[in-house]
Design a protein. Structure first.
Length: 671
């Protein structure tokens, strides 16, 4: 059973359907007195052709596994997407459209994943959506290769993105487009809205490169459509894109603010309401016969709503194929369903290794051991690093690289593309079926920060493997030594940062990362070797799940608290012994994750950090900003608030005063 495209109406009906999008968009922006009317007005015909004739989607079931994905990378054109969703029959009411950009509405200023049915990803920071689309396409290719079987055409959906000039100006688009061409992602189709206008004026003010030549150089199939309102030409280009084995870019010449007599093709149509008088003139020029705002012509709605019928037929056909697949390959089907539901296999944690006897080992090396131990029971773990696999220990041994010839490979080499890596990881997760991880040096988390922030905003359960996490990396010097990065990452809401003290805490860090729900996790790991702590005399590393825990108690009633994370926990234990020799009883608290600790009941936090014990000293080879919340006004932090230097790690710790002796001196001053 094959679903036919929504039949083209008369030219007048098609035009009415397109103009309905334009009018809805400019009226919602006007009502909100805020927003971007121009792009939706220029892009309306493109999306009418795409959504009614090419896109495989079912408005009655926005999460149907077999659907195509549509990413509005130019998220400021959000009213375009909301209009498409409402008109085609998704669960988005006209009242929601009226509430555009209002408190608590389902139509926020930029599309937000999880807020609005049919929104595949949060977009707005330009270029992120292009990266997400590439990630979705990689995920689709991987899953098709892993689960696809002859005679069951289930995993053949496509990824579409709509981008503007700003998306392609942003550096992240270069990174991800290059990788997409390298992987020959024929399931990826991009549409470039070439309206030649930015907020500051014509694109010629800042842009003179040729996007067609650029994408051809990446290995993409490139076409041009000279008139963004020519439905036949748009259909032809989309059909050709679907038939080509390469990723495709369709460059479409459009007119921002199309139909506005005074603001079309001007920056004035970009980021501000048109104004009541201009809206009236625009309606006249478009031949719009309805004076009352938010009027949707019955014939236009009927035509748009045929997307529901078409989508239902497509989903029913897909379901029939799925049923046959599940009958023939029940184990594969069950595994796919488990992953689609984001469920962990029963007993997966039994694969976690026991690293208690590892001796002195870098936590990055311990992380690699854990990853390889659990990879066999968590096949959804797919990832790699930004050209640092050996340094980050992110390679799954024995697994092939993901490539155009072997898309089922689990080791994804991102190249030196940290920002693109983050955006691609987000897209892979959003697609479903995979749990992506990506690695680089902690200092380069700054290069991918916008993508990390978007993952936290969307609540994606991605995992970042950040190694070389302090001046302890040594001779590479200040360019590679992170100082402010831990504080910066800890400031991102909904991001969990875990800095394990030793090999056993690293095991628990990975356990927490895998079990984390509703947000990403950043692992902060050492280059230098650190001792594996003797857990026969110290508290179990399982305390990591509470974020902070009592690692070592003094012989008497504690008079002071020493807090530390990561490689500095060993220094805290040294300081405890030295203080004991001087008659000061100090408790050592391992604080691998401030976010987990903040989530604990106040009673637990008071137990670990008793309010009556005021001499508190924290030790961390990073900027001290994060620690003041925990040490209080009378506390002190042994940290570093200047750039590092090139020298062996031990010498650096001495020169910068990050030593057990420094902690002892601070405690004695306060006691």
């Amino acid at each position: 059973m094959t679903a036919e495209p929504v039949a083209a109406g008369s030219k007048a009906l098609d035009e009415l359907c397109i103009n309905t999008v334009r009018v809805l968009s400019m009226e919602a922006v006007q009502r909100a007195n805020s927003g971007h009317p121009g792009a939706p007005m220029g892009q309306a015909a493109i999306c009418y052709a795409l959504w009614t004739r090419h896109l495989h989607h079912n408005p009655s079931d926005p999460t149907w596994e077999g659907r195509d994905r549509f990413v509005l990378s130019c998220g400021h054109a959000s009213m375009l997407l909301y209009s498409l969703l409402h008109l085609s029959g998704y669960d988005l009411s006209l009242e929601d459209i009226r509430d555009f950009r209002q408190w608590g509405s389902r139509t926020p200023g930029h599309p937000e994943y999880g807020d609005t049915p049919g929104v595949e990803t949060t977009t707005g920071p330009l270029g992120q959506g292009v990266g997400n689309a590439v990630g979705m396409a990689l995920a689709q290719a991987h899953l098709a290769a892993e689960f696809g079987r002859s005679g069951h055409d289930l995993f053949n959906h496509r990824i579409y993105f709509l981008a503007g000039d700003g998306d392609l100006m942003e550096g992240v688009s270069h990174e991800v487009a290059s990788l997409a061409g390298h992987h020959r992602l024929g399931n990826l189709i991009g549409i470039y809205d070439d309206n030649r206008i930015t907020i500051d004026g014509e694109t010629s003010l800042t842009l003179s490169d040729d996007p067609a030549m650029r994408f051809e150089a990446y290995g993409w199939h490139v076409q041009r459509v000279g008139d963004g309102n020519d439905l036949k030409e748009l259909d032809r280009a989309l059909d050709a894109a679907k038939a080509d084995p390469r990723p495709s870019l369709i460059i479409v010449r459009t007119h921002i603010g199309y139909g506005s007599p005074n603001k079309q093709d001007t920056a004035a149509a970009h980021g501000a309401p048109l104004g009541e008088e201009e809206i009236k003139l625009t309606k006249e020029k478009l031949g719009w016969e309805y004076d009352e705002a938010f009027t949707i012509p019955v014939t236009a709605l009927e035509q748009w709503r045929r997307c529901r019928e078409r989508g239902g037929v497509m989903q029913a056909a897909w379901q029939q194929t799925w049923d046959g697949y599940a009958a023939e390959y029940p184990e594969l089907a069950n595994e796919y369903v488990r992953r689609a539901r984001r469920e962990l296999p029963t007993g997966w944690e039994n694969a976690l290794p026991d690293l208690a006897g590892e001796g002195t080992i870098a936590t990055r090396a311990a992380s690699g051991m854990v990853l390889n131990a659990i990879a066999g029971v968590l096949p959804e773990l797919v990832g790699g690093s930004a050209d640092l696999s050996g340094s980050n220990n992110t390679m799954i041994k024995g697994a092939p690289h993901m490539s155009q010839t072997d898309p089922a490979g689990r080791n994804l080499l991102f190249g030196v593309r940290e920002h693109g890596m983050g955006a691609i990881m987000n897209g892979m997760y959003l697609h479903g079926g995979l749990r992506p991880y990506g690695g680089t040096f902690l200092v380069f988390s700054d290069y991918m920060r916008p993508s990390i922030r978007m993952a936290a905003l969307m609540g994606l359960e991605t995992v970042y493997v950040f190694t070389h996490d302090s001046i302890g990396l040594g001779e590479d010097g200040p360019t590679h030594q992170p100082i402010e990065m831990l504080a910066a990452l800890r400031a991102i809401p909904n991001l969990v940062v875990i800095r394990p003290a030793d090999a056993t805490e690293t095991v628990e860090a990975w356990r927490a990362a895998v079990e984390r729900k509703g947000g990403p996790v950043a692992l902060s790991l050492t280059r230098q070797k650190v001792p594996t702590l003797d857990r026969s005399v110290l508290a179990s590393a399982a305390g990591l799940a509470q974020g902070g825990y009592i690692l070592s108690e003094p012989k008497g009633e504690p008079q002071a608290l020493i807090l530390a994370s990561g490689s500095e926990v060993a220094l805290a234990l040294e300081a405890q012994l030295e203080l004991e020799s001087k008659g000061v009883a100090a408790r050592v608290v391992s604080m691998p994750c401030m976010e987990f600790f903040a989530e604990q009941p106040q009673s637990y936090r008071n137990e670990v950090l008793p309010p009556h014990i005021s001499p508190r000293v924290a030790i961390e080879a990073a900027h001290p900003m994060s620690w003041h919340k925990w040490v209080g006004d009378r506390g002190s932090v042994v940290g570093i608030d200047r750039f590092g230097a090139s020298a062996p790690a031990g010498r650096l710790y001495e020169e910068f005063g990050i030593t057990a002796g420094a902690a002892v001196a601070r405690v004695r001053e306060m006691v």
